[in-house]
Structures are given as C-alpha cells and as structure tokens.
Design a protein around this ligand. Structure first.
Ligand SMILES: Cc1cc2nc3c(=O)[nH]c(=O)nc-3n(C[C@H](O)[C@H](O)[C@H](O)COP(=O)(O)OP(=O)(O)OC[C@H]3O[C@@H](n4cnc5c(N)ncnc54)[C@H](O)[C@@H]3O)c2cc1C
Length: 644
C-alpha cells in the first residue's frame, strides 16, 4: 500500500468515526461514540470522498443500524466488519450493545492503522512487482497477503495491487482449530511471536471469536490462543478488506496461464497440501526418506452436550486431567495408541489420536476398538456414550516438502507458501505459526527487491529442510518407539512407574529405550551373567563394558556370545539382561561389540575395565579363563542399563 492507499485507510477510519457522531437517516446513535485512540487523531489532510471510503462508511452505518435493531444480517461485508456474536459469525446477539460493537470495531481499526503506520518507512526503490496474485485464501494465503499489503506501505509510488483468488465460496466453515503461540512457546517457529503479529492487526478486539487463551503454558509466561480456523480466516479477511485488498471467492484462477499473462507480477501459491497449482507447474516434492511412514492419526469427533459443552474429562490419581501421552502406557499394547490430544471447545469436542506406525488403520474393527477404549480411558460419562455416534476422520501426517519454493517459469515469478510448500504437522505448531514467521521474515525482503525469487527458494528451503527433519524425527520417535518428544527434549517411558524419564539425544538416536509392541516379533532376550561383585558398578553405570572369551575350548568360555555378536551385526541394540547368581538385576541394551585377540588387547581396553594396564588385565582374565593363548578370540561388549 502506498501513501495514497494508507491515507485512504486513515481517512476511512476518520470518516467512520465522524459518522458515529453525525447521525443520518440510516443510523441513529444515541450512545456516545467511543473515544478515539491517538492514531486516529493524526492531523491527516482531508481528501474528496472516494468510492471505497464511501462504501466503508455505508457499511458501518448499516452494521450499526442492524446491531441496534438486533436484526440478523445476511452474510455480507457489514457483518464481516463489525460482528460480535459468540455463537454465529453472521448474526448479532441481543446482548451486544451498539457502543461495544463500535468500540471494538474502532479499536480494531485503530490497531491496524498503527501497524500500517509503523510499516510505513520511506523506501526509495520502486517496487519490483506491479501486482501480486495470491492463489488460495487459506490462513497462509491470507497471512501473506496481509504482510504484503503492510509492506506495500513502504513503497512511495505504484504499490502493487494485491488480488487473492480462492476457489471456495465466501460462506464456508472449516472444522479445525489452531493454537497460535507467543514466542516462548514457539521454538519450532524460531521463537517468532505469531500471537503478537495477529494482535498487531487487532485480533484482540475480535471479541466474537470463539477463542480460548491458555496463559503461562510453559511456566515462562508463554501464551497460546486456540481459535477456530474459520474464525482466523474471517478475521484476516476483515483485515484485508480494510487494507483494500481484492479477494475473489469462487474464483480459482485459470492457472497458470491467466497469471502468466500478468505483466511484472509475483504469484504467491498458497493452495494447500494438494496444491493443484504446483502440480500444473510441475514443481516437484523432495523424496521423503524411504522408511518414513506417515504419522498415523485420526480425529474422533464426539457429540457435545445440548448446551455446547464437551464430556467431562477423567482425572488421574493426582487429581489432574490425564495427560496426552498417558494412553501410551495403557493403550499401546492393545491398540498401538501413543498419545491422545483433547481439543475441547464450545460445541466442538475432538480427540486427536496418534498411533504407532505398525497399526493397520484401514481395519475398521481396529479403529473402533481403539476409539472405544480411548473414550473410556479419558472421559467421564453419566450415561455411557454410544461410540457409534463418534465420527472419525483420518488426518495422517506425512510432511511433504517442495524442492523449489520460488523462482521463475517463463514469465511467471512465483513463491510457494504454506502447506503447498511444506505440509504441516499440526500438533507442532508448524502450520500457522511457522508460516506467520516465514511470511514476516522473507516476504518483505522479496517485495523490496532485496532477494530475487530464486534466492528466496534457497533461503527458505534451508529452513524447510531443517523443519521437515524435526517433523520426521517426531514421527519416528513417537510412532516407531512410543517415546515422547517435547520441543528439544526426548523422554522414554518407565512402564512400571507409568512415568517418563528424560534421555540423551545420542541414546535416542542409538535406538535405546525404543519401545516396540509385543504383538510384533521381537528378538528373545539373552542373559549376560556377571559376578555379584560387579552389580553395583553396573547399576551405577560405572561399568559399561565387559570382555569375554567365546571359545568353548576355554574354561568359562561363552559360546552363545558368538551368536549375539552375529545378531548384532544386523541388529544393533539387541535387548538383553544381566544376571548374577542366576538372578536378573537389570535390563540392558548392547550398544556395540568389538572383536580382538588376547594378544591385541591394549592398555586402553585395560583402563576401560578399570585395570592399570594390559598386562594386569590379561593376568586377571587368565584367572577366569584357562588356558588363554594369545590368539584366543575376545569380544568386548559395550552396554547400557535401561531398567533396573
Ligand atoms: C486437524 C488439523 C489440526 C491442525 N491444527 C493446527 C494447529 O493447531 N496449529 C497450526 O499451526 N496448524 C494446524 N494445522 C495445520 C493447518 O491447518 C495448515 O498448516 C494450514 O491450514 C495451512 O494453510 P494453507 O493456507 O497453506 O492451506 P489450506 O488451509 O489448505 O488452504 C488452501 C486454500 O486454497 C484454496 N485452493 C485450493 N486450490 C485452489 C485453486 N486451484 N485456486 C484457488 N484456491 C484454491 C482452498 O480452497 C483453501 O482455501 C492443523 C491441520 C489439521 C488437519
């Protein structure tokens, strides 16, 4: 937006404000107009009323009159602009007072103006694009259009015209909810404060949004706002109307030909995970690593009570609501369930259920039984729930990434954003939060000519690659190992205590503590026997290796260790246990095997076994194993205690 359009916005607000204090035939305001915040009192020169200002003014007047009459409105711009009903986006409630509506609408506009003004620095360079086309008005397309529009206020002339093409109609609903996070809980989005970004647009005055604030979720003041996707989209839609962006519903562009024809345009492709546009342009996905199955997920939509409330949640022994990972203790063996996230809002009660990768969700009986047990594990019922009334949708996640997310094809200069570029793992805030961060970080650089579209791809792809790796890591450890990942930390499970304990990434990567379902074929455990004098050192993790002679010709030789060594060649981290006097004292995992002969043992081996040097060590070995020629085969087994 150049100064002209910015001025238009400022003026429109002033005129709207003026219309409150000058009642006309459509609007009789007895209530005092809300006091105007300081951004509105800027000494902006008056200009002749242009058609868009007149339209805005009319919208406000009609909206106000309707609010006062408590009349239901049809779905139109007016309701988009100042609507405050809780239950429906498109009607005014009898309790909404006109002055509240106006106060909120004015604050919303004022906040947006302040943000526009802040963005308005002088940029002497002509903008590199004459127009910007956005394909897809999902949350990410809308966010990019807002950022582009705010950025346009930097240009001193010829701001590019922004047009959004959306294939759906304007009147839509979408049954998912987003968690928008403040910086401290947003590490996967580089600590970007996406909540603050939305607030800078005036989100906090959209009081009609059916949203919930979770304050101090991380104990460090971090806040999460949970809001319905459609609410967020409508809010952004309002913002774009004020910013004078052209949104065309029911209008999928005749891509890419129509846009190719546009001279000097930038096309922002944001048409979602199954992006038709990138398929038409033959943009390719990077190959997903071969052994990565999707994170198997279903959403069970439970019926709400007549008053819109959701079923009561059961409490655990400490009186706390059962945590999302707890079902991984109870329902992992029978159903492969690793976690269940409860997303309960007004009239909207869903359980997001994550499964282990080996479960076959195409078998309806598996799924039905699993949902049944989840429901009874987590929820309180005064009367038993008829689980056939639970609707199930399958949202399994496989983070697909486009290789090239920006460039030039013929005359088309494009970037790909949102799920079309990197499909989200919705539990990790990688959808909306991540894209608010990317849009604010890279789009302004592109629009000011600081980076050409080809470099945009280089810069953003680097981050996408890393983010995709993080998502794949979550999927691997949670769905293949029944572990718990939380931000940068990884936790294994102690099944006996039904509790989690933090482990090192090195251990996790090495496959330690990876819990597989018993229904799968698992290798039999093998005992490794020790003299009782070693028990404390082993449990205390001071002793982490053992040197053994295999040969059955030697007294004390352990021929079965040859088998273990062979198995370990193809299957590292074979589970075993340790005994002393025929009693098991811990489970261990063997983390490595090295083969030597007695003659090649070194001082280092000796010191690892807490002996002074190899001679003392060999002498000790000879006490156990007789005879012990220098060419006898020796295995050194390294191990780690996993369960005492
Ligand atoms: C169950 C679930 C829960 C989620 N929870 C969260 C969460 O808590 N936090 C979070 O950040 N993310 C969450 N996500 C992820 C989030 O929904 C997506 O990352 C986000 O919707 C992606 O937005 P988008 O605009 O890229 O794509 P979409 O939302 O898919 O929007 C694409 C738009 O493009 C339009 N379109 C398609 N083709 C064309 C065409 N040819 N021409 C014009 N328009 C077209 C579509 O109609 C649509 O409006 C969740 C996802 C799911 C499924």
């Amino acid at each position: 937006m150049g100064p002209t359009s910015l001025l238009r916005v400022v003026l429109s607000v002033i005129l709207v404000a003026l219309s409150f204090s000058q009642p006309d035939e459509t609007c009789d305001t007895n209530s005092a107009p809300p006091s105007l915040p300081h951004a509105l009192s800027l000494n902006t020169p008056q200009s002749p009323l242009d058609p868009s200002i007149a339209a805005l003014k009319r919208l406000y007047q009609v909206g106000l009159a309707r609010a006062q009459n408590n009349a239901n409105t049809n779905h139109d711009w007016t309701s988009l602009l100042i609507n405050s009903d809780v239950s429906s986006e498109f009607s005014f409630s009898s309790s909404s007072s006109a002055s509240n509506l106006l106060s909120n609408a004015t604050m919303f506009l004022n906040t947006l103006i302040e943000t526009s003004l802040k963005a308005a620095t002088t940029n002497p360079n002509p903008p590199p694009f004459q127009s910007i086309n956005v394909i897809g008005a999902g949350p990410v397309g809308l966010i990019n259009a807002v950022v582009a529009s705010l950025h346009n206020s930097n240009s001193n002339s010829n701001s590019p015209r922004i047009t959004i093409y959306e294939k759906r109609s304007e009147n839509f609903d979408r049954d998912i909810w987003f968690d928008v996070a403040s910086s401290s809980v947003n590490t996967l989005s580089r600590n970007y404060d996406s909540l603050n970004f939305l607030r800078s647009l005036g989100l906090q005055y959209a009081t009609h949004l059916n949203s919930t604030i979770h304050a101090n979720v991380d104990g460090a003041g971090g806040t999460i706002l949970t809001l319905p996707c459609s609410g967020l989209q409508r809010f952004l839609h309002k913002v774009l109307i004020i910013l004078d962006v052209d949104i065309r519903f029911d209008s999928p562009p005749d891509t890419p030909r129509a846009l190719l024809a546009a001279p000097n345009a930038l096309t922002i492709i944001s048409d979602g995970a199954n992006s038709q546009t990138s398929q038409t342009l033959s943009l390719e996905h990077s190959p997903t690593p071969p052994d990565t199955p999707p994170h198997k997920t279903v959403i069970a939509h439970l019926p709400s009570h007549p008053d819109g409330s959701c079923p009561a949640l059961k409490k655990d022994a400490r009186g706390k609501v059962i945590d999302p990972y707890f079902p991984g203790f109870n329902l992992f063996e029978p159903h492969g369930i690793t976690s269940v996230f409860k997303r309960f809002f007004h009239n909207h009660c869903e359980l997001q259920i994550f499964f282990s990768s080996d479960v076959d969700l195409t078998l309806t009986s598996n799924l039905d039984d699993a949902v049944h047990d989840v429901v009874y594990l987590l929820l309180e019922f005064s009367t038993p729930l008829d689980t056939t009334s639970v609707l199930i949708s399958d949202f399994s996640v496989l983070p697909k990434r486009l290789t090239n997310v920006g460039g030039q094809l013929g005359g088309l200069r494009y970037i790909v954003v949102g799920d079309a570029a990197l499909s989200a793992h919705y539990r990790l805030g990688i959808g909306v939060n991540y894209n608010i961060f990317l849009a604010n970080t890279f789009l302004p650089k592109l629009l000011s000519g600081a980076i050409p579209p080809s470099q945009y791809s280089e810069q953003v792809s680097e981050i996408h690659v890393e983010t995709q790796k993080i998502m794949l890591r979550y999927i691997k450890f949670e769905s293949e190992c029944n572990m718990v990942l939380f931000e940068d930390l990884v936790f294994a499970r102690d099944n006996s205590k039904k509790d989690y304990f933090e482990i090192d990434w090195a251990d996790a990567n090495a496959g330690l503590y990876c819990q597989k379902r018993q229904t799968k074929k698992v290798a039999k455990k093998i005992p490794l026997d020790f003299h009782p004098q070693f028990i404390d050192a082993i449990l205390g993790r001071q002793k982490t290796l053992t040197t053994r002679i295999v040969s059955s010709d030697v007294k004390g030789g352990e021929p079965q260790l040859e088998t273990i060594a062979k198995i370990l060649e193809t299957n590292p981290f074979y589970e075993t246990f340790v005994t002393a006097d025929n009693e098991i004292f811990a489970d261990i995992v063997i983390t490595g095997v090295e083969e030597f002969t007695v003659g090649t043992l070194t001082d280092r081996h000796a010191q690892d076994e807490q002996f002074k040097d190899k001679e003392v060590f060999k002498a000790k070995l000879k006490e156990f194993y007789k005879p012990l020629p220098e060419n006898e085969k020796v295995f050194i087994f390294k191990f780690k205690v996993i369960n005492k």
